[in-house]
Design a protein around this ligand. Sequence first.
Ligand code: RP5
Length: 191
Amino acid sequence: MAYSKKPLVGIIMGSSSDSRIMQGASEILDAFSVRHEDQIVSAHRTPARLSEYAKHAEKMGFKIIIAGAGGAAHLPGMIASHTVIPVIGVPILVYNDKQLEKTDTSKFSAFGGLDSLLSITEMPSGSPVVAVGVNKAANAGIYAMKILANEFPELKKKLVQHKLSQHDSVMKESEQLKKEGLTKFAKRKFN
Ligand code: RP5
């Protein structure tokens, strides 16, 4: 059952190359049956569209915006400066496959994602953006569910269930590790 006929969350990203990371957020929202609208909005390539998107988000009644960007990641902060809708930022370790050869090692951010993390979290006072860890889009999805759970009790139940299943999966793995022994377990899992 979806909680609303209209999307409750807007997911945006600075580039199509961010989609492989940002799908972590949409997978969580889908699992919790929460509708979302997904778009590419580039703060530096489509700056006018950015302010239009903020208006669109308000008109749509989004309760949360999840915004992912890499490098000098100004998208989440700029969106937050245009709207009072809470923004969860996802710093992305850039994988730029548009302009560089697949073999070019500089395709990842020179600063390992720290550039985007700081760009998002170090918003000056007055226009805050909360951020998850680098590439942790799924956490942005879970955090969005926690905010929405204040309004939708069914979501709260699902979050409790989600926690229980994490517990159960650790217990299952621990039993297996105990049974096989560390050396065999790690070899089977990672080799
Ligand atoms: C940022 O630049 C995007 O968020 C992306 O992470 C990065 C690289 O974008 P592409 O050059 O791959 O489009 O704006």
